[in-house]
Design a protein around this ligand. Sequence first.
Ligand SMILES: [Zn+2]
Length: 144
Amino acid sequence: MSAKPPFPDIVYPVQISPNVLSEKQGLQGQLDYRLVKFALLRDYRSGKLLQRDICDAHPELMRAAKNVGRPTSEDCPICQDTKLVHVSFAFGHRLPPGGRCITTMQELKELSISSHPISCYVVEVCVTCSWNHLIRLLPLGKLS
Ligand SMILES: [Zn+2]
């Protein structure tokens, strides 16, 4: 995933999205990484980053994106030739060390009522150029 800042001297802010703070959705504390994405894209377009620096999806992420990625209506910001897909991975108690790919809303609902804290990472992926970026972190299960 390309979520880590490539230049330590540049601040990549994280934004908390106000529309997900509703208790009805059960998504309190969700972190939104769109500002980080905009900073990466700015650096790519200015030449500070090469395409290979940001289009580096791991083969397992690409496999998940191709097979179980949730389609979006958003064009890839790099190749602009393919619609992005979202892939979700959950990490936490009794989940594999490499995380579990979440493929259904039912799985997400089950994790959200876990008695242990679970972190669900939502990544956008382009299956054509391998652009990938963490867009959201959802704390699920019992928080604390
Ligand atoms: Zn692309």
